[in-house]
Design a binder for this molecule. Sequence first.
Ligand SMILES: NC(=O)c1ccc[n+]([C@@H]2O[C@H](COP(=O)([O-])OP(=O)(O)OC[C@H]3O[C@@H](n4cnc5c(N)ncnc54)[C@H](OP(=O)(O)O)[C@@H]3O)[C@@H](O)[C@H]2O)c1
Length: 257
Amino acid sequence: MIVVGAGRVGTALQRQAQGSGLELTLIDRHRGWEALDAPQGDPVLLAVRNDDLTEVIGRIPSHRRSDLVFLQNGAIRELLAEHALAGSTRGLLYLMVSSRTAPLVSGGTSWLCGPHALAVVRLLGALSVPAEAVDWARFSYYELEKLLWLAAHGLLCEALDATVDRIAAAHVDALTQLVVELAAVGRAAWGVQPDPAFLVQRMLDYSASIPGYRASVKEWPWRNGWLVAAAQRYGVATPHHTALLVQTGHLPRPAIG
Ligand SMILES: NC(=O)c1ccc[n+]([C@@H]2O[C@H](COP(=O)([O-])OP(=O)(O)OC[C@H]3O[C@@H](n4cnc5c(N)ncnc54)[C@H](OP(=O)(O)O)[C@@H]3O)[C@@H](O)[C@H]2O)c1
């Protein structure tokens, strides 16, 4: 297995591989790129942040582009389409690695979709990361679920000064209100129509699996900022999202008068 990005996820996967006696080539900014000279065929997992994707894609030899596996959270569909990579393998990791030295904490099944999905599921399984391959429709649901989990919990953790498990325990109504509102944006943009009760319950279960985690509003263009822009583009009203973004200082207060 090849992984590009020696950050939290990349190094955690490398540690798991070492512990399992599996071969994993970790490529960082400066080292390891010659591994991509090998013939096409083996998956190349991209464990870099969304903002770094364009640069990394530019460094991938053309014969390995079809091997790329995008592990990013957030709304990356437009970026992939811009690079003619919309049909790539994608993964949504339901796990947490809080630092480069922290252990990988699994938060349930991770989901893979695309040409290398089954191969990556096997690789992750060998590293004790539970994963399943799903079709595009099901992946789209999880893509929206993860985006909304991040966007809603980032905002609520800031607004309520709480951890994600505290929100799951004490602020379910506020979470539901926000998630249902934002799901309408996902429906308009991606055609995903989640059942609200199912969606919220899965979010609560995930939050309970990573106690102590305090989310925040970050990766603006890929998460809350994308939702703001998409809501405007599709004419979806998101008053709670907007009010919380103003309250937490991520959007300016509207001028009065
Ligand atoms: N951490 C988690 O718990 C978690 C969970 C699920 C999904 N994810 C997703 O996984 C992805 C990676 O997350 P992370 O937490 O591992 O991020 P991270 O700790 O910031 O690591 C990203 C790594 O990418 C490297 N990088 C950036 N540009 C590069 C380039 N041009 N060539 C080679 N390497 C480059 C960075 O190198 P430098 O160190 O030199 O800057 C850094 O080591 C993100 O999209 C995130 O959404 C993370």
